[in-house]
Design a binder for this molecule. Structure first.
Ligand SMILES: [Zn+2]
Length: 124
């Protein structure tokens, strides 16, 4: 039950307008040449909020910045779902609490956070 609940909520999150707005904000149109008719040809790319490089669709991920303030996003829903409300609040956060990261930057950030969680330290 808990697992299905969490999976369903995470799926719902994928459709969140906050998430799509965050993606739209990171969108950049890059000129990649010209069509035969002379019009400029553009390709949509996304700027990583950390390294600043441009990436193709599918190579970026929506990251919850709130992890830095130790919100409960990366912490699973408790077995008894006692942390349901804060968990949902951190999952369905505002656009401003999100950033677009490339897969490399996201993996590094997550690894750093996991080390922090394991260390038991009170500050990141
Ligand atoms: Zn990056």
């Amino acid at each position: 039950m808990r697992r299905r609940f969490e999976t369903t909520l995470r799926k719902l999150w994928m459709e969140s307008p906050y998430r799509s707005t965050a993606l739209a904000r990171a969108k950049v149109s890059v000129k990649i040449g010209k069509y035969k008719n002379g019009k400029d040809k553009y390709k949509v790319k996304y700027r990583c909020g950390n390294c600043g490089h441009l990436f193709e669709d599918g190579s970026v991920e929506v990251d919850h910045k709130t992890e830095l303030t130790r919100a409960k996003w990366d912490i699973p829903l408790d077995e008894d779902m006692g942390n349901l409300v804060p968990w949902m609040e951190s999952l369905f956060c505002d656009t401003d609490a999100l950033q677009i990261l490339c897969k490399v930057c996201h993996a590094k950030k997550t690894a750093r956070y996991m080390r922090f969680l394991r260390s038991g330290a009170s500050d990141l």
